[in-house]
Design a protein around this ligand. Sequence first.
Ligand code: TRP
Length: 338
Amino acid sequence: MDKPAFTPRVFSGIKPSGGLTLGNYLGAIKRFVGMQGGEFETIYCVVDMHAITVWQSPEDLRHATREVAAGYLAAGIDPDKSILFNQSRVSAHAELGWLFNCVARVGWMNRMTQFKDKAGKNAENVSLGLYAYPSLMAADILLYHATHVPVGEDQKQHVELTRDIANKFNHDYKVDFFPETVPVIEGPAMRVMNLRDGTKKMSKSGESDMERINMTDDADTISKKFKKSRTDPDVLPETMDGLSERPEARNLVNIYAALADTTGEAVLSEFGGEGWGKFKPALADLAVDKLAPISTEMKRLMADPAEIDRIMAKGAEKANEIAQPILAKTFDIMGFVR
Ligand code: TRP
């Protein structure tokens, strides 16, 4: 049987659990903007239902949902070119998520490394939602028959699980209905590290604000954080191999490369042999140049939350138009009487 041709379609999402960081921007949003307006239909989501897998106060959830939407918009996601919405407005996500809970196997979930890391010793006491989360993520993606998902390395396993769910569904019901989604993982800074400890991921919840760049930081703060970031006593090497044992230095070079749309090698061909006194101010200036306009625009957008809400509501209508027929077909395939 011929495989159905699926529309080239991108889906990706960011969780509104705390503010946006440079990691979200370089690892996700900047790449999302790059995929917009080309060969793909692009759908970008604020995955609010994923955020509540760990406790969020209602005020925090509301604020963070709008802030993530503002970040998307300020960085260049255009609601006329992409579908931008928050997940909870399209109830089909939750419905397909439940159906997939009945397709995915407990053994598959037990292998999810992110769950093991997040739950840690506390596994008996985390929410059931945190455990089932990858099955909802599969629903997010397959609800739109998305063919490509730009994500960071840490989400690769979840996209593989999405493929496993699609394949098992297709196999069990003898259909060729869900596509095999491909993760798109690329770029020098897909994993942006902590500015104080280059072995840890830059996170929105780390204790010191100096270890991360928030997308709402103003120019002075961005500049100060890079200038005070942790480094080592050596000069920069000529090639990336020379950074393999220097996590802080490697991180700063990767950030520079991602901001400048170039490679680490190209950055080192310019700065190899130079010390931090030269590199850090150059990085700080580049970062201010690229990020300060985004933070200014985010502030402007956040001053009018009703406008952000209108944009997300319109996006949700468009998302729903794609999602509803796919959900309806899934119900029919499974034998629900409707
Ligand atoms: N799990 C992703 C993260 O933590 C967020 C996410 C939820 C997502 N649903 C998605 C990403 C669908 C891509 C596609 O970063």
